[in-house]
Design a protein around this ligand. Structure first.
Ligand code: S3P
Length: 442
């Protein structure tokens, strides 16, 4: 599909039961912790997307044996730490991959060189390099701490680090470096971010202390703790489930079920927001799997209304604003998304690209440095026109969001670089077609 164009057109009711692909955040962490641990780790439900495959290859380069046993079933044989890689580590499109791996690598006395695709080479790494530098790591790279860069680790000392931005990647990099540091590393996050690293470190036998205080969440980890291989079951990715769910909400007559969706409260900001907008979403079979709350999400077509999404919700739905903007386009009234400046440093500047893509499709939008407002088309306003080819700048979520828009707009919507969808959601087009979506190569 690389280089081709995909087109989504107005579709009939979406119906059916699907399973969300494995969670990207958990998948990266399972491979990295498996490689840091001693002994075998068996992973079930691993996301076999391009980003995660890059992390699997990186773990091999750092000395672990990583084998695919079957669909989503992987085995990592770790040797209790990283060995110096013989070649450059290419993390592709994956910010999570490179930032977490750099954190883990910093704990070892060795040099490693990291690079990525054009998008990743443009993204800020200083947010991770600054705290790693405070701990004693050194690096040399391009201006602004951009990739490619070479990191020299070893001899780290624990720090107390107040997160300057709500980022689970930065928190995780510091904690993973802390494993290899002398002393107790403490990260303070004024706003809690996804806690998969903390949960999974415990599953590998580490002691992680989490305390909620007036100034935020304090996470403490003593250096020198040994990890032991374990079994990890990766839950379904709520950030991927978001696409078929929003598709069902905006396509008349639809009713779908997405099974096995991770419902960690630090990931479910989108579902909270959609419910506030009037979405008919129900959770069935709520259960726990692999240390995470999980459920089957049933979504039915709903008349949505605009809401103000508060800034403090951003960490719990940071990757879901693009598809929320699509839901907002079909709502009655305006939806204001505030405090979302972090969207600008994702795989693309997602505020700018959603604003450009929605406007090209005839949706009213207002872009601010840290906010995006979408004017819904329902009642009295114009319908969503569509009839645009959207430049995705290689961003998987920008591509999927606009394809969902095309399922309910008057005229088809096209996206370029659809091959990038496989970074996080391999099989997206087939899954959507199975529900009745009309998505074709144009
Ligand atoms: C992730 C954290 C988020 C998110 C990314 C995955 C993680 O990034 O956007 O897709 O797995 O820790 P930030 O931590 O930079 O906000």
């Amino acid at each position: 599909m690389a280089g081709s164009v995909l087109q989504a057109r107005r579709s009939g009711p979406l119906r059916g039961v699907v399973r969300a692909p494995g969670d990207k955040s958990m998948s990266h962490r399972a491979l990295i912790l498996g490689a840091l641990a001693t002994g075998a780790t068996e992973i079930e439900g691993l996301l076999e997307g391009d980003d995660v495959k890059r992390t699997a290859a990186a773990m091999r380069a750092f000395g672990a044996e990583v084998t695919q046993l079957g669909e989503g079933r992987w085995r990592v044989e770790g040797h209790g730490g990283f060995a110096e890689p013989a070649d450059v580590i290419d993390c592709g499109n994956a910010g999570t991959g490179v930032r977490l791996i750099m954190g883990a690598a910093a704990g070892f006395d060795m040099a490693s060189t990291f690079t990525g695709d054009a998008s990743l080479r443009g993204r800020p790494m200083n947010r991770v390099l600054n705290p790693l530098g405070e701990m004693g790591a050194r690096w040399t790279g391009r201006s602004g701490g951009r990739l490619p860069l070479t990191l020299q680790g070893g001899n780290l000392t624990a720090i107390r680090y107040l997160l300057p931005m709500a980022s689970a990647q930065v928190k995780s990099a510091v904690l993973l470096a802390g494993l290899g540091a002398s002393g107790v590393t403490e990260v303070i996050e004024p706003e809690a971010t996804r806690d998969h690293t903390e949960r999974m470190l415990r599953a590998f036998g580490a002691v992680v202390d989490v305390e909620d205080a007036a100034d935020g969440r304090h996470i403490r980890l003593a250096g020198g703790q040994a990890l032991t291989g374990t079994s990890i079951r990766v839950a379904g990715d709520p950030s991927s489930a978001a696409f078929p769910i929003v598709a069902a909400l905006v396509t008349p007559g639809s009713e779908i079920t997405v099974e096995g969706v991770m419902l960690n409260p630090l990931r479910t900001g989108l579902f909270t927001t959609l419910r506030e907008m009037g979405a008919d979403l129900t959770i069935e079979n709520a259960r726990e799997e692999g240390g995470e709350p999980v459920g089957d999400v049933v979504a039915r077509h709903s008349q949505l209304r605009g809401v103000v999404v508060p800034p403090e919700r951003a960490p719990a739905m940071i990757d879901e604003y693009p598809v929320l903007a699509v839901a907002a386009a079909f709502a009655e009234g305006q939806t204001a998304m505030r405090g979302i400046g972090e969207m600008r440093v994702k795989e693309s500047d997602r505020i700018a690209l959603m604003s450009a893509g929605l406007s090209a499709c005839g949706v009213g939008v207002e872009e601010e440095p840290e906010a995006l407002t979408v004017v819904g088309s329902a009642r009295g306003n114009h319908p969503v026109n569509g009839k645009a080819r959207v430049a995705t700048h290689g961003d998987h979520r920008i591509a999927m969001s606009h394809l969902i828009l095309g399922l309910a707009s008057d005229q088809p919507v096209e996206v370029d670089e659809p091959g990038m969808i496989a970074t996080s959601f391999p099989g997206f087009v087939e899954l959507m077609r199975g529900l009745g979506a009309e998505i074709e190569t144009a």
